[in-house]
Design a binder for this molecule. Sequence first.
Ligand code: DQA
Length: 149
Amino acid sequence: MAQVIFILNGPNLNMLGKREPAIYGSTTLDDIHANCRKEAEKLGVEIDFRQSNHEGDLVTWIQEAGEKGAQVLINPAAYTHTSIALLDAIRAAQVTVVEVHLSNIHAREEFRHKSFVSPVAKAVLCGFGAEGYLMGLRALAGYQRNPES
Ligand code: DQA
């Protein structure tokens, strides 16, 4: 059975392309989805790409990933900086998580420097724009093949 990677996107990421292009660029979430699909084909993994503006949806999807033995690549967006619920969900589901951000959150406002997700993430990518999603996918596919790496 192919490895499954959930790619979860938090609030306002449905606005990519129109949203603050000086920070987030012109790539839309549909573009990111299409690029992830191509990369997943090359890697031989299956992806399940979702977006929600609601914290509880993300919690439910993390739980679902845990039940299905899937890994998670997540851009929690603003919930990164606020959500103990996401932290708890990742801990409870015992899923391998890679956190990704388009922008370099550490080079931005101070309130973005804190992530509730990072302490329970296997790795964190930020500042690579949409390319970060592909890097995260490659990392998770490689990690699944060789967890010692
Ligand atoms: C973001 C960074 C967050 O601080 C912000 O709230 C977002 C997007 C990023 O991808 O750079 O919505 O996660």
